[in-house]
Design a protein around this ligand. Structure first.
Ligand code: ADP
Ligand code: TRP
Length: 321
């Protein structure tokens, strides 16, 4: 069973990314042969800034390792370290109808946000299909926003096999993380970089606590019971606290007598404690400046080896050799 997923390097990881993507990926590395990569080519479809790209790739690699990605179990690499993916993207594009790409929501959403409608942004799902098919992936865990891209991948894989014979590529199954709770941001909307309401996973203690103290609350007085429905404090607290600590927090909302300031402070304590092991591992990783490069280089070798075999099979099937 080969499990593959990619994460875009696009800035500081937040608590939504952790529960929505990293934590499930780390859990899955025990269930099959995991291939995890940093989608740097994809990141270039919406931002072209070399210094930021380098920095974001490195940060994401460090953070993912700190969150528990185990390079001894998972093959961890950057997408661009296996340039063969571009060749497969080209081959897939020869069976890809324009209409299939034109209906993709993510292209429409991104251009509506003002991102330039360049060819790479349009062809994004073809490269993503190549990422998946290049490694004979069986399962692809992704967030709900990527569901349509997985449909495009399956569609292209089917067309490719129809054209060149069954078994030319392996048809993958998406694992859509429907069950992952949508993590709420500091203002009560979905936590997202685009909404500027994120709580980073890693950061200095003081500014992180300050962010938590800024969570939007109502004007219920200290003595009065606090509403528990739609409470941002409780929604976040539940992610970080044990069941009993969380029950106590709910009780303190219901009873009244504890002000929002104190409730937020308790949330901040739980948040800080929850990420303590990851923070410690991150510090350890940072003491060896060569470590991340070594991990990514070793991962690239393993990924390239696999990609080479799959691409050789595909090249034969399509008549390139
Ligand atoms: P952002 O919305 O901040 O730009 P991304 O789109 O880069 O985040 O998301 C990367 C991964 O993190 C995706 O798999 C997505 O499903 C997950 N994710 C992002 N925000 C949340 C959230 N608020 N709750 C749950 N999962 C999230
Ligand atoms: N498009 C994905 C995202 O933005 C990242 C990605 C690129 C990916 N290639 C992939 C995910 C292949 C899974 C499989 O989240």
């Amino acid at each position: 069973m080969r499990i593959l997923t990619g994460l875009q390097p696009s800035g500081k990881l937040h608590v939504g990314n952790y529960f929505g993507a990293m934590e499930p990926a780390v859990r899955l590395q025990d269930e099959g042969e995991a291939f995890y990569f940093i989608a740097d080519y994809h990141a270039m479809t919406s931002s072209q800034n070399p210094a930021a790209l380098r920095e974001n790739v490195r940060e994401l690699a460090i953070d993912f390792l700190a969150c528990g990605l185990d390079p001894a179990r998972a093959v961890f690499f950057r997408q661009s370290a296996v340039p063969e993916v571009n060749e497969l993207a080209w081959l897939l594009s020869t069976v890809c109808p324009m209409g299939l790409l034109a209906k993709c929501h993510s292209y429409k959403d991104k251009t509506a946000q003002g991102i330039a409608a360049n060819h790479a942004l349009f062809a994004y799902p073809v490269l993503m299909a190549a990422d998946i098919l290049l490694y004979d992936s069986n399962q692809v865990p992704v967030g709900k926003d990527q569901k349509q891209h997985l449909e495009v991948t399956r569609d292209l894989a089917g067309k490719f096999n129809e054209t060149y014979g069954d078994g030319t590529v392996v048809i993958p199954d998406p694992i859509i993380r429907e069950d992952t709770a949508l993590v709420i941001g500091l203002d009560g909307q979905k936590m997202s970089k685009s909404y500027h309401n994120t709580l980073p996973i890693f950061g200095e203690e003081k500014p992180m606590r300050k962010l938590i103290m800024k969570i939007t609350t109502d004007s219920t007085p200290v003595e009065a019971p606090k509403p528990t429905a739609n409470s941002t404090i409780l929604a976040l607290h539940k992610l970080f606290a044990s069941a009993s600590d969380h029950a106590a927090m709910v009780a303190d909302h219901e009873l009244g007598g504890v002000g929002y300031g104190d409730l937020k402070k308790r949330l901040a304590d739980q948040y800080w404690e929850f990420f303590a092991p990851m923070r410690a591992l991150r510090e350890e990783i940072l003491t060896d400046p060569g470590y991340v490069d070594q991990v990514l280089a070793a991962g690239a070798l393993r990924a390239r080896d696999e990609a080479g075999k799959v691409l050789a099979r595909i090249r034969r099937a399509v008549g390139l050799c």
